[in-house]
Design a protein around this ligand. Structure first.
Ligand SMILES: [Ca+2]
Ligand SMILES: [Ca+2]
Ligand SMILES: [Ca+2]
Length: 300
């Protein structure tokens, strides 16, 4: 989450990242802002009253496996991560989100698909939607809260995609953050910008946005998900695990998707420091809107 400076609030060129503003101001002006929130999102404030709608051939993660930071209400209601995706485009963050902590056990969220699993099809297999947005309309000064994404077939063995950040001090340019979630703006909105599966999985601003992950790109070893063992169990990722995750037989494929605030994890390219954070985040963590997959099939 992020607080806005007064300068940003009065700047005519600044599109209001509403969720972030509301977080800062909620203690003072909760009722008017809640009313406005409903108007902005076109939906109820309570995520428990919403349900996901996705294009034919896709499915949203609809079961919370683990959410230690779930407080059951507001931006700390984990149900906001399975109630559908409501992206707000380039200049505004979705408010339909579950906010993770930047560090510690509450920086972790694990989701799954009831009775289903993801298999490895052609191209990207699932999309993680956070609520990044451009500042002052500039795509290279984006407010991001990067997320390390890992997958598992058994809830014990986790494999990731080798996220890389090597720019030292914090960079607001998403080009410096590769294979993280939370770095690409969200365009798909099930209420106001619905689209078919092909469009949803199209890269760029004509598609659904969010950060796409292809199971073909899973990597083994220490760089797989950077072993955030301080905040989540991690037994590493062996070649056999990748084969399990990419397979289509019974017991194979992806059952769980785990998202961890990068700020909770050690960056191996930074001498033991954690991945850096935008100063505008004021200690908050990523805001998870939802995860949508294709190639979803039944599992036992
Ligand atoms: Ca694939
Ligand atoms: Ca965010
Ligand atoms: Ca949501």
């Amino acid at each position: 989450m992020k607080r806005l400076s007064c300068m940003m609030l009065v700047a005519a060129s600044c599109s209001l990242p509403f969720a972030e503003q509301r977080k800062q101001d909620s203690a003072v002006t909760a009722l008017p802002l809640l009313a406005l929130l409903g108007a902005v999102s076109g939906s109820s404030v309570s995520c428990s009253s919403l349900s996901a709608s996705t294009p034919s051939g896709t499915a949203a993660a609809d079961r919370i496996t683990s959410a230690p930071g779930d407080a059951g209400s507001g931006f700390f209601d984990a149900r906001c991560s399975i109630d559908g995706v409501r992206g707000m485009g380039d200049n505004q963050g979705s408010t339909d989100v579950f906010s993770l902590a930047a560090t510690g056990s509450s920086s972790v969220l694990v989701l799954e698909w009831n009775g289903k699993k993801i298999t490895n099809g052609v191209g990207a297999d699932f999309i993680v939607f956070e609520n990044s947005f451009n500042q002052n309309g500039n795509a290279t000064t984006r407010f991001m809260e990067p997320v390390i994404v890992e997958v598992s077939y058994d809830g014990s063995h986790w494999c990731g995609f080798n996220p890389i950040y090597s720019s030292g001090t914090y960079s607001q340019n998403p080009a410096n953050w590769t294979r993280f979630a939370g770095t690409t703006n969200s365009y798909f909105n099930q209420d106001s910008n619905f689209m078919n599966a092909t469009t949803l999985f199209t890269s760029g601003s004509s598609g659904g946005g969010g950060d796409q992950f292809d199971l073909s790109n899973l990597v083994t070893g220490a760089t797989s998900g950077y072993n955030c063992s301080a905040v989540a169990s991690n037994s590493g990722c062996a070649a056999g695990d990748v084969s399990q995750l990419q397979g289509t037989s019974s017991g194979q494929g992806v059952v769980y998707v785990r998202m961890i605030a990068a700020t909770a994890c050690t960056n191996p390219n930074a001498g033991g420091a954690t991945f850096p954070q935008d100063s505008g985040a004021y200690g908050g963590g990523p805001d998870m809107d939802g995860v949508i997959a294709r190639n979803v099939v039944s599992r036992p």
